[in-house]
Write a protein of this length. Structure first.
Ligand SMILES: [Zn+2]
Ligand SMILES: [Zn+2]
Length: 368
């Protein structure tokens, strides 16, 4: 017991250092000061565009970084140290990526593929524990997961969801972030997008330590193995049920109100768009290959996308059923033929439940 408390205190002190105490929010994108605007249009991953035209057999500076990127999002195993050689594993990973994002599956680094790769995106991997139900996982796989061939929504391995008897989930904001009412309102609207279609409600509580869903803004390495990377790159991440953990990169230029698309500021990211997406993960959805879906992994800067697509609605309703008041306006007319067998690989988090328990306790201590 004492050792657990000790470890929790360590976690609490580590997390306290990485909390983004004053995340940057702007009423609209034109109020972002020029000093915070990156000099490259896509930010962190822009250098990957220099790899345009690379193909199998070549040895090119920077391929090792691309391999690390593809590894981070689940596309390539890291058995040995990566090199700058365009080997078969890289070719195969690129093909899988292209399949998942509905690009031509050339296995080469064509312009379209790299344009997609450099876009800001969610930090949650597209392929978790070697399985995915994005496009590349549609066929029957050795893990026994069968995904229908029509819709694009996906779940985490094991299809975790919140327990059936728990129909009202509480949520709380990390107190150290001192979020304004306008930021809280953004999240309230994001929760409503999901509660409109499924029989779940969401209630804000000030008791951060015991809330079902805990929302925090952090900078850089915040000790969950998923460090944030400054402006653009990964924007946020969340973990599968029932962890309820949802983190946003405190270094982004988050636009809270106003028209994010009206500005030429390249680094403006619409907070509500990203919040709706991450809440989909908190509820149990994985990434979708459907470009119009909220659960599509990337979002371009200056873009606002807050409405659930038919693909999102069908995905979340297959987990929780329909809200009785939902008028069924999902646009998709596809028929679902899913048979999803449970596998034994556990939750979708890259980490064991124990670590998350400790993190939760540590976070709780921060607020006590
Ligand atoms: Zn995501
Ligand atoms: Zn995190």
């Amino acid at each position: 017991m004492n050792s657990h408390l000790f470890i929790s205190v360590i976690f609490a002190s580590i997390l306290a250092n990485s909390v983004s105490a004053l995340p940057r929010f702007f009423r609209n994108s034109s109020s972002i000061p020029p000093s915070l605007i990156p000099t490259t249009p896509d930010g962190k991953w822009d250098a990957f565009k220099n790899l345009t035209g690379c193909h199998a057999g070549q040895n090119v500076d920077g391929l090792v970084n691309l391999k690390n990127y593809l590894h981070y999002f689940g596309y390539i195993d890291k058995n040995n140290n990566f090199t700058d050689e365009f080997d078969d594993n890289l070719r195969s990973a690129i093909k899988t990526y292209q399949l998942n994002f509905n690009l031509n599956t050339t296995g080469e680094l064509d312009g379209q593929t790299l344009e997609q790769i450099v876009r800001p995106r969610c930090g949650v991997a597209d392929i978790v524990n070697g399985t995915t139900s994005m496009n590349s996982g549609k066929k029957t796989t050795s893990s026994g997961i069968h995904i229908h061939a029509v819709n694009h929504y996906s779940f985490f391995p094991g299809t975790p969801r919140w327990p059936a008897g728990k129909t009202d989930l509480t949520y709380a904001f990390l107190p150290a972030n001192s979020l304004s009412d306008s930021v809280r309102t953004v999240f309230s609207r994001a929760f409503q997008k999901w509660s409109a279609v499924i029989p779940l409600t969401f209630t804000e509580t000030s008791s951060y330590g015991v809330a079902d869903i805990r929302i925090g803004f952090y900078s850089g390495d915040h000790n969950d193995g998923e460090p944030f990377d400054g402006v653009l790159g990964t924007l946020a991440h969340a973990f599968s049920p029932p962890s309820g953990v949802l983190h946003f990169d405190g270094d982004e230029n988050w636009v809270v109100e106003g028209d994010v698309a009206a500005s030429a500021v390249v680094s403006a990211v619409d907070l509500e768009s990203v919040a709706v997406h991450e809440l989909g993960h908190v509820l149990g959805l994985g990434h979708s290959s459907e470009r119009e879906a909220i659960m599509y992994p990337t979002i371009s800067t200056g873009t606002r996308k807050v409405d659930l697509a038919g693909d999102d609605v069908e995905g979340i309703q297959s987990l929780y059923g329909s809200n009785p008041n939902y008028n069924g306006s999902a646009t998709s007319t596809t028929t679902t033929t899913t048979t999803q067998e449970r596998d034994t690989s556990g939750g979708g988090s890259r980490f064991g439940g124990q670590l998350w328990l400790l993190l939760a306790v540590g976070m709780g201590l921060l607020t006590l």
